[in-house]
Design a protein around this ligand. Structure first.
Ligand code: ZN
Length: 295
């Protein structure tokens, strides 16, 4: 009984949050009068694609794996590759959603100077965003540490299957974690793939806990902000430091900020925030596309 009541309460709350007003969208569209905006996105844009937002409410606290653990301890690498393989088949159907498509359309029509994302799911690129800075990398790309040889994750997982016959079938029902991998509880005997070109250690091309955003990627993000008449923050609480550094860049330039997010963000109430929309990014960005097209 309690469970039913909880479920109903949650749905009502979500419904209320999604009631984005036409006046809010009109206000957002008005920010484009001075030129294109830069779009900064986070996990909230990908939840409609079925990728959980581990910073969102109701998710258990987690300790991300650090790069030191990954490189120094083979047990972590076994766990990483085992989890990646076990989760791969169920994550294969993940597709860009209406929010990603709207972002690509806004850029194509000249309304965005570019897209900056904290996500590593590669969905903005797949939806067609072109001037794209992926601050934390792209999990679909695997590179070798010694010589930077690059491969697709799909390709490396095929090598994993050859080296670990029967593994994928054995773990087909493992629970999916918020990272998009699966929780494999026994990695005994798992053989970790290595670079076929040099034999070096392979790692995903993502920024791990304990690493910094590569300078060239941050410089790209800065250029996107520098070429914009405003910064639109969508689907992130801005808990990540790099996002805040870009907010500071925008504030120093004196350009307005706008926020679309479910739940509080680190910049709510700041003078630079001209507009604050409480709601989902798919709905808001789609409505924005329609509104701008109607002008
Ligand atoms: Zn290599």
């Amino acid at each position: 009984m309690a469970q039913v009541a909880d479920g109903a309460g949650r749905n009502e709350a979500a419904g209320a949050a999604d009631g984005i007003g036409a006046d809010e969208i009109a206000g957002l569209a008005g920010l484009f009068a001075d030129g294109p905006l830069a779009l900064l996105t986070g996990a909230g844009v990908s939840t409609d694609s079925g990728i959980p937002d581990y910073r969102g409410a109701g998710t258990p606290p987690r300790t991300p794996m650090s790069i030191d653990q990954f490189t120094r301890d083979e047990a972590y690498r076994r766990r990483f590759w085992a989890g990646a393989r076990a989760g791969a088949d169920r994550l294969a159907p993940v597709q860009p959603n209406a929010g990603h498509r709207a972002a690509a359309e806004l850029e194509r029509d000249g309304y965005l100077s570019g897209v900056i994302t904290q996500n590593v799911d590669g969905l903005h690129a797949r939806a067609g965003s072109v001037n794209l800075a992926e601050l934390h990398g792209n999990g679909a790309v695997i590179r070798c540490i010694p010589l930077d040889h690059r491969f697709s994750r799909e390709e490396v997982l095929r090598w994993f299957d050859v080296a670990n016959p029967g593994f994928a079938e054995r773990w087909a029902d493992a629970e999916i974690t918020p990272d998009g991998d699966a929780a494999v509880t026994d990695t005994t005997g798992v053989r970790v793939p290595v670079c076929p070109a040099c034999g070096g250690m392979l790692r995903p091309d993502v920024v791990y806990f304990g690493e910094v955003v590569p300078q060239r990627v941050f410089a790209h993000a800065e250029r996107i902000v520098a070429g914009a008449a405003g910064l639109l923050v969508a689907g992130t609480s801005l808990a990540v430091n790099t996002g805040m550094r870009l907010v500071h860049r925008a504030e120093r330039r004196g350009i307005p900020l706008a926020v679309i997010n479910r739940g509080p963000t680190a910049i709510d109430g700041r003078d630079s925030v001209r507009l604050r929309i409480e709601g989902g990014t798919s709905e808001a960005l789609t409505a924005l596309v329609s509104r701008l097209a109607a002008r």
